[in-house]
Design a binder for this molecule. Sequence first.
Ligand code: ATR
Length: 277
Amino acid sequence: MTDQYAVIGNPIGHTKSPLIHGIFARERAQDMSYTAIEGPLEPAGAFADVVRAFAASGGKGINITAPFKLEAFAMSDERSERAELAGAANALKFENGRVLAENFDGIGLVRDIEVNLGLRMEGRRVLLLGAGGAARGALLPFLAARPAEMVMANRDVTKGLALAAQVSGRGPLVACGYADLQRLGRFDLVVNATSASLTGDLPPVPPSVFSGQGTAYELAYGKGLTPFLRLARNAGVRGVADGVGMLVEQAAEAFLWWRGVRPATSAVIDQLTVPLA
Ligand code: ATR
């Protein structure tokens, strides 16, 4: 029987996941289907019921997108360490009646930066903007890439400080507010993991953090030159990227986890890339 997978979110019309996994499946000759499910926003518990029904009807795994990543995490029986730190799951696997939770957003981001963009993070100065779910997912994979220094800036500094305490011993993470960035010099990599771009806003990051030789990375994708990327461009940064590569790489990690084979990603990234202008 054809193995069934899906992505669940609400809204879900915009999702590229069925296209991406469809290409992966063809390329890797996997007998699987991958559909999109609009998850219920209410009543409480309805989301978990839909996921359990999908698993009961032969579903092998499911990707989770907004706003269900926390609920997916909460309903799981086993969680990876990165899902644990993020407090959120973006992929589930159903195995022997159990629900396993993973979060591949951060590792997908690191692979896009290191493999696709060719920027090794080891020994570099890295600035991560935001301390919400997206930033938490990136934290452990970033520290594992051994940057010389990693700074997390957030409007609410207490959130960043709590995260830094949680990962102490895993790498050189310093948490601060945006005003502190004025005196912290230039960074090789600046990643916007805030949700500001979703509303067309700009985090209050000073242009002094950017280096002409460095890279600015926007987690949002398909939004063209966001205010953050425009600020970086105006500050002289040549390497600007949005999250399309991260989207495809996190999908590849989930595919590998589910199917045991790694799909090629570069052709899919090329297909989905919208020029930043
Ligand atoms: P997500 O899961 O998308 O990360 P989230 O957990 O709600 O969403 O976190 C949103 C993040 O974006 C937070 O770090 C938030 O900063 P605060 O914690 O200080 O609120 C950040 N954020 C949202 N809008 C922002 C803006 N206009 N400027 C700067 N940071 C912003």
